[in-house]
Design a protein around this ligand. Sequence first.
Ligand code: PLP
Length: 428
Amino acid sequence: MSRTDDYISRAVHVLPGGVNSPVRAFKSVGADPLIISKGAGPMLIDVDGREFVDYVMSWGAVILGHNAEPIVNCLSEAVKQGTTYGMTCPAEVEIAELICELMPSIDMIRFVNSGTEATMAAVRLARGATGRDLLVKFEGCYHGHSDSFLVAAGSGVATLSLPASPGVPEKVAGLTLTLPYNDVAGLHETFRKRGDEIACVIVEPIVGNSGFIRPSQEFLPALRELTTEYDTILIFDEVMTGFRVALGGAQGKFGIRPDLTTLGKVIGGGFPVGAYGGRRDLMDMVAPSGPVYQAGTLSGNPLAMKAGLTVLRELVDGSVFKELGKRSRILTDGLAAAAESLEVPLVADHEGGMWGIHFANHPATNFEDAKRGDGQLFARFHRAAIDRGILLAPSPFEAGFISIAHSERLVADTVERLADALAVATRS
Ligand code: PLP
């Protein structure tokens, strides 16, 4: 029995589904989970010594590459100073100042321990500030696993939805209105009917959780206009896109200023970190400045803050994103060309260090489009890619990520291996 099989058989007895986060089970591609013992630059190495070029990068969290030297250096010193104080440390102030400088919509910020915590707290703040209860989200956007966000995707004009997960009370789910992404007309209709009850709209400004979906030119400006008109709080969930698609996040790229922003992944330097921040008048309502309560034993953890600060300092030279964009383009153009020569319908897109494909003839503009992609072909492609040492996210509804450790040469080599994987997947 391989070490992987041994760990999997033990894991399923003690971890639900053998994992600590569902998509790691590789169920949707009909493959076995990986048991990883080491990350090195762009590579992951499993307990049996198999090496994979990693395009998951801890779901976007890792942007300098695994065990990047600046982080290793910073942490080996930092760990000697203690791992948690439960008190404020200098790195918290320094990273807060840097994020406020790089994302001008953020006047103040609060650090938490995950993206889920960040979005949950941002919604509470929006409700506290507006005295309203309704929340608008878009189908196929993922904002973490708190109750308000686990709502079945509806279609057309917003409907009061049923819970998508047992355990989410209907009354809670009923406060979440869902709309198709990029649906400007639906948005106008919803606001016309219920705008005065809507506390906030939360949106992935580029979607990464239905595969990669770009906002239309009108969508984000319309969102900004309508939310301003109705005194609704606009929350950009940049847990994935923040410091991933551009230095100032998607909001910098599109020139839209949200009221609140949620962050996570990259800003933690590989540690469990999230954050929410934005307008000073809103953030001043957070305890202990104001009455909206939110707290955390390990929030602002010194190791996490130092690792995050180290990463952001490596990124401030904006050329990193140009470089990441160039490499993502080599990958997506290469994949599109390979698909064309095989006459396989495939669209590929990217922004900075985030990219995605859909096995379809047209770019997806919303979740319904994304669901029309060929999932069976994706599963076969994924397994063939794994056999060729390439790790893609094990679901067609996830984006891909690259880091600065993925050299142009490695990416070009990946394209060759993936072209081969696609040929095999198409034939089988
Ligand atoms: N928001 C977005 C856009 C995400 O992509 C994710 C996770 O992938 C979250 C929130 C939740 O973050 P976490 O998994 O750290 O709780």
